[in-house]
Design a protein around this ligand. Structure first.
Ligand code: SAM
Ligand code: SF4
Length: 361
């Protein structure tokens, strides 16, 4: 059987049936996939792992995605927003510790105050770091004007997961209204590219009703949209969400984890020079989840810099790891883990997507 996998791995371009076959690979076969992905990673992006210090700015959200623990409809969530000082302190920590970049992430909001506060934070981070800290934003769908203002203030990367590329499934996981529109999400991805951002997207893996066919389409979606960066990881249920009722229909967590590793490895084989994040959700299932992702193709890690007293409140799913560690502990622990996985940390470097740079040339 592994002859089939070997033959597929030698193909120049993987087609949908190949992807489905790789996603369904056995334990022995997946070792071949992981080995190939590791070779490609080494050759095209090297063994450096770049840090993006994660600042979870706020868990206030105007949307109501059926899978997410901080959706607006969850009345049990304790809401917070960091002060300017708290954000700047976290960013300073990143700068002083030679993290190349920070990510500002939050629930999706579009009010004037919110847009202005983010713009102001981006400017201030750029100012105090003499432009040295790279800034990624992950703040959901926005208007062209908002995306432009944030870009002009100094943000240069944006993460907006498509969540699931199959529009029918997208509608099953979101309320049916204008604020949860698949085409609006696509339009945002398009706008971000037009404005000059490095564009990241991604999906959740192991969602209820999702099939290997859907996941193969997700991989093709990323290739067709010529995406620069990807963050994807297992879907993990949260008790205060509508999708919790499907928990008995999910594949076991460990299988969602293995499937996520396969997705990372296959994507690395397909898109050789993009940036791929080893996501926190991987670590929520396996304590060594992020390191395992690095071994099979990921090259970005997002150490959490949110002040620890807010971490419990940014609870997207159950068992989110490191909610009780401060930044210093988090840094030491990660450093050791990355070295164990054979990686070297790209301190002080932005570690931009090589794919983006190549397209720009
Ligand atoms: N609000 C912004 C947005 O949705 O793009 C950014 C923050 S949102 C919390 C970041 C990501 O968390 C989402 O894109 C989604 O994929 C992920 N997420 C939410 N709930 C999750 C769950 N139950 N399991 C795994 N990932 C989840
Ligand atoms: Fe809000 Fe993002 Fe969660 Fe959806 S996934 S409810 S937009 S924070």
């Amino acid at each position: 059987m592994s002859e089939t996998v070997k033959r597929i791995l030698n193909k120049k371009e993987l087609e949908k049936p190949d992807l489905i076959r790789l996603l369904q690979s056995s334990e022995d076969e997946r070792k071949l996939i992981f080995k190939k992905a590791a070779e490609i990673k080494e050759k095209f992006v090297g063994n450096k792992v770049y840090y993006r210090g994660l600042i979870e700015f706020s868990n206030l959200c105007g949307k109501n995605c059926f899978y997410c623990g901080i959706r607006s409809g969850n009345k049990n969530a304790h809401r917070y927003e960091l002060s300017e000082d708290e954000v700047l302190q976290a960013a300073k920590y990143a700068w002083e510790n030679s993290f190349g970049s920070v990510v500002i992430q939050a629930g999706e909001r579009s009010g004037k105050n919110f847009v202005g506060r983010i713009e102001n934070l981006v400017r201030k981070i750029k100012e105090f770091s003499n432009g040295e800290l790279g800034i990624t934003l992950s703040l959901g769908e926005q208007t062209e004007e908002t995306f432009r203002r944030w870009f002009d203030a100094g943000a240069h990367r944006y993460l907006l997961r498509i969540e699931v590329s199959n529009p029918d499934l997208y509608h099953r996981y979101h309320p049916s209204n204008k604020t949860h529109d698949y085409n609006a999400r696509l339009r945002s991805l398009y706008l971000l590219r037009q404005l000059g951002y490095q564009v990241g997207t991604g999906v959740m893996i192991g969602l209820p009703f999702q099939t290997p066919d859907d996941l193969a389409d997700d991989l093709i979606f990323m290739r067709e949209h010529d995406i620069d960066m990807v963050g994807m990881g297992p879907y993990i249920e949260h008790v205060d969400t509508p999708m919790y009722k499907y928990r008995d229909q999910l594949i076991p967590k460990i299988e969602r984890f293995i499937l996520s590793l396969k997705m990372v490895a296959i994507l690395r084989i397909m898109m050789k020079d993009i940036n791929i994040a080893a996501t926190t959700a991987m670590q929520a299932i396996d304590p060594m989840g992020r390191e395992k992702s690095i071994k099979v193709g990921a090259n970005i890690i997002m150490p959490n810099l949110t002040p620890s007293r807010y971490r419990e409140d940014y609870l997207l799913y159950e068992d989110k790891p490191c909610t009780d560690e401060d930044a210093e502990e988090c840094k030491r622990c990660l450093e050791a883990r990355i070295h164990m996985a054979g990686g070297e940390i790209g301190y002080g470097e932005w570690g931009d997507s090589k794919h983006f740079r190549r397209r720009k040339k």
